[in-house]
Design a protein around this ligand. Structure first.
Ligand code: AHG
Ligand code: MN
Ligand code: MN
Length: 335
């Protein structure tokens, strides 16, 4: 079979579907190019002097790694001059990044988690990049944080790159989910997965069990049933995986099914979850729904949450449809 590059795939998509215009195509290509550069930096590891802390904190009070800062810079530099964007928001920046006046502006807003799973960098475990694309509201020429506060249902595209044994880019523009593997010799992403589908049922779950004592009652009950295995109410054994890089956990679920949960917990009641709505939850929810899965906060559809803050956190339940529906039903029942 002839190999299809990301460039060719996007051009053919543009011909076929009206939802992909030239600027959105350019945007996706530019993000993919930045992901290649990040992949190279990640791959150099200690030889590139990129490991360890940057000695700074982001707005969420998390210590930034050198690669968090480097990946953010790579994505900013790649995206600011192309004329396709109105502004950029990142997990690592307090406020949106305006497009410098010397460059033309476009109609799209780009949001990203430049390096997801950064606690795994120094131990050589998979990390990734997550991105989401929204339209800049009509008539807005200098977008502020408020212009980004749109529900996930308004996303025009979303994707992630996972820097694992191979570098894989997963993408949706609202017409299914496609994956591309980086051909390192040629330097291009090649289509390797079409119309990915998440199996509806699963026997695998992903959760950080160390937080169990802080969970709400419905979570305790739901996971308790999974742990009870064959002799419990579910009548089957479940397996557990937790990479602690959302990209890697979601990628596994996209490949072989599963449920991923980062619930609300009562450890710090000021935080309604660990993961960020705009940079992590929404783009992953879009991808998962497009692959036939489901994504909720445990109580409502994730992509319908009306954001109130660019950096807000949410509980995340996503993956195999039947499992997510079951866990959500437990929460809605409140018991
Ligand atoms: P980030 O590195 O962008 O801050 O995100 C890390 C996230 C996510 O990738 C992962 O699922 C989760 O944090 C891991 O949390 P724990 O350390 O609590 O397991
Ligand atoms: Mn992250
Ligand atoms: Mn991050």
């Amino acid at each position: 079979m002839k190999s299809i590059s990301l460039t060719r795939f996007l051009i053919e998509e543009q011909r076929e579907h009206q939802h992909l215009d030239a600027d959105l195509r350019l945007l996706i290509e530019v993000v993919a190019r930045a992901c290649k550069a990040i992949s190279i930096a990640v791959g150099k590891g200690a030889l590139g002097g990129v490991l360890g802390s940057a000695q700074s904190e982001n707005i969420q009070g998390e210590v930034q790694k050198k690669l968090d800062v480097l990946s953010n810079d790579i994505l900013l530099e790649a995206n600011e001059w192309g004329g396709h964007l109105a502004a950029i928001a990142s997990e690592e920046m307090d406020l949106p990044h305006a497009i410098p006046h010397r460059y033309p502006k476009g109609e799209y807003l780009l949001l990203f988690d430049p390096l997801d799973g950064s606690s795994n960098i120094d131990v050589n475990v998979s990390v990734g990049t997550i991105f989401s694309v929204l339209r800049c509201p009509d008539g807005v020429t200098e977008p502020t944080a408020e212009d980004f506060l749109q529900p996930g249902t308004r996303q025009l595209a979303a994707g992630y790159a996972v820097y694992g044994p191979s570098t894989i880019l997963v993408l949706t523009t609202g017409a299914g989910v496609y994956s591309f593997t980086l051909d390192r010799e040629v330097g291009s992403f090649v289509l390797t997965g079409r119309n990915l589908r998440i199996p509806e049922e699963t026997q695998e779950f992903a959760i950080n069990m160390s937080n169990q004592r802080h969970w709400e009652a419905p979570m305790q009950r739901y996971i308790g049933e999974l742990l009870a295995g064959k002799t419990g109410p579910r009548g089957k054994d479940f397996n557990m995986r937790w990479v602690a890089s959302m990209v890697a956990d979601v990628h596994r679920i996209l490949t072989r099914g599963g449920i991923f949960i980062y619930p609300r917990d009562l450890k710090d009641p000021s935080k309604p979850g660990r993961l960020r709505l705009m940079y992590e939850a929404n783009p992953m929810a879009f991808i998962v729904e497009q692959a036939g899965g489901a994504a909720t906060t445990g109580r409502e559809r994730l992509m319908e949450v009306m954001p109130t803050d660019l950096h807000q956190r949410v509980p995340v339940f996503l993956g195999s449809k039947k499992e997510v529906e079951r866990a959500t039903a437990f929460h809605l029942a409140g018991g």
